[in-house]
Ligand binder design. Structure first.
Ligand code: CP
Length: 308
């Protein structure tokens, strides 16, 4: 039995297998519609979510399984002071697999120590979001046809953006990847990611303050929202929130095959006009999220079409 807590819990070969399975699911959806019959997924969301929770639930339903869970700490007994370990110990008696989001970094890992079923980290504080990373890898693979030889621009809140931290770790394992970090000084990538991932693996990167100075070099532009919920001071959030707004003007020098991604939710950082641009991939990205989660649920539960 295996959990998914950190994107590095999966080897490159295991990621390849998940991408292959997601690809087959997208092409042959009927084949998979009963593979998780009689299996239950619990979604324990102590923090708000639209895509992650609903795509997990849609994924399990499309596999023929059932779902249970809660969508906020307030609607669970966490509001009465129950610990995460007690909650998951109880829920593991009701479900075969658990997807959990929590504002505290490390909470899904702590949960995984107390249960006898797979636990999936669906986002823990500003730390990791491994299933968003799998979603991003599937999107890049589908849209660019490769996971190597890419120049990836990461733009916005690189300090608190857990999707960016996880994506850097995952992409650093492929050949000839260049990163361009586009952020204000206050929201630059944490030093531990620079030292432990980029410098340790000798991955080329540069840090800049505007989109325009690098847009022509990019294969992928990964936009992110400024994470209001992680700021200590509202005034700082207000000052920084609109630092980057991607519009058609800023895309003037971009490549025709640029892939514009965003984990969503979007606030202001991509103009609505950009949605009509064929290079905008972020809504497709959210859909890919359902298929990769179907592949992940099947893999962690150890089910396959051959058994049905
Ligand atoms: N991308 C993402 O995690 O979206 P939600 O917060 O809506 O789940």
């Amino acid at each position: 039995m295996k959990h998914l807590i950190d994107p590095m819990d999966l080897s490159v070969a295991e990621v390849d297998q998940l991408l292959e399975l997601a690809d087959d699911i997208m092409l042959n959806r009927e084949k998979y519609q009963e593979v998780c019959k009689h299996k239950k997924l619990a979604t324990l969301f102590f923090e708000p979510s639209t895509r992650t929770r609903l795509s997990f639930e849609a994924a399990m339903l499309e596999l023929g399984g059932s779902i249970l869970g809660f969508s906020s700490a307030d609607s669970s007994s966490a509001s009465k002071g129950e610990s995460v370990s007690d909650t998951v110990t109880v829920v593991s008696g009701y479900a075969d697999i658990i997807a959990m989001r929590h504002p505290k970094e490390g909470a899904p890992y702590a949960a995984s120590l107390h249960v006898n079923c797979p636990v999936i980290n669906a986002g823990d504080g500003g730390h990791n979001h491994p299933t968003q990373t799998l979603t991003d890898l599937l999107t890049i693979h589908q849209e660019k046809g490769r996971l190597d030889n890419l120049t990836i621009g990461l733009c916005g809140d690189l300090k608190f953006g857990r999707t960016v931290h996880s994506l850097i770790k995952a992409m650093a394992r492929y050949e000839n990847i260049h990163f361009v970090m586009i952020s204000p000084e206050e929201l630059r990538l944490p030093d531990y990611i620079i030292k432990d991932v980029l410098e340790k693996k000798k991955i080329p990167y540069k840090e800049v303050h505007t989109i325009e100075e690098v847009i022509a070099d990019l294969d992928i532009l990964y936009m992110t929202r400024v994470q209001r919920e992680r700021f200590f001071n509202e005034a700082d959030y207000i000052r920084l929130k609109d630092t980057f707004i991607l519009d058609e003007k800023k895309l003037a020098d971009a490549r025709e095959d640029l892939c514009i991604m965003h984990p969503l939710p979007r606030v202001n950082e991509i103009s609505k006009k950009v949605d009509e641009d064929p290079r905008a991939c972020y809504f497709k990205q959210a859909l890919y999220g359902k298929y990769i989660r179907m592949a992940l649920i099947m893999t962690l539960l150890g089910v396959s079409v051959d058994e049905h």
